[in-house]
Write a new protein. Structure first.
Length: 143
């Protein structure tokens, strides 16, 4: 190896040795979004009114309190998994979020085009895409 390759190899080994973790920004966003959604569903018990076409399918799947508990459970799995650095809890929380946001996409797709159908479909897609990155990200600094 020549001198430049040796220097490059040293640099690569140095970067590998630092093992700086990348924060999971979208996972943090979905956690906060799920918490906000569950608080909103708990705070306003008549928010989902089955008489409108938009919420009819949501109430057919489950009542509003069940939606709130589901989003709260998903967010707590993600939050506790991030705090305790438990990847299986983070994956479980993200998987629950994918399912919940896919249900909301299904419920909102019947009134397409709507902000809800686009927002929840993107949340489901990006939460699903975040699952493979769980093992490479953390909120803790590692040395």
């Amino acid at each position: 190896m020549n001198k430049q390759e040796i220097e490059l190899e040293k640099l690569v080994n140095e970067v590998d040795a630092t093992n700086v973790s990348v924060p999971p920004l979208f996972e943090l966003y979905t956690t906060v979004f799920s918490i906000a959604l569950s608080i909103m569903l708990f705070s306003y018990p008549d928010m989902i009114d089955a008489s409108t076409r938009l919420y009819y399918y949501m109430t057919m799947i489950m009542p509003q309190t069940a939606w709130a508990f589901s989003f709260f459970a998903a967010s707590m799995f993600k939050a506790i998994g991030l705090l305790w650095d438990k990847n299986f809890m983070r994956i479980t929380g993200l998987s629950l979020s994918v399912v919940m946001y896919a249900f909301l996409t299904f419920c909102n797709i019947f009134s397409f085009p709507s902000i809800g159908s686009i927002t929840f479909s993107l949340m489901a897609i990006f939460a699903g895409l975040s699952i493979p990155f769980v093992k490479h990200t953390s909120i803790k600094y590692r040395r």
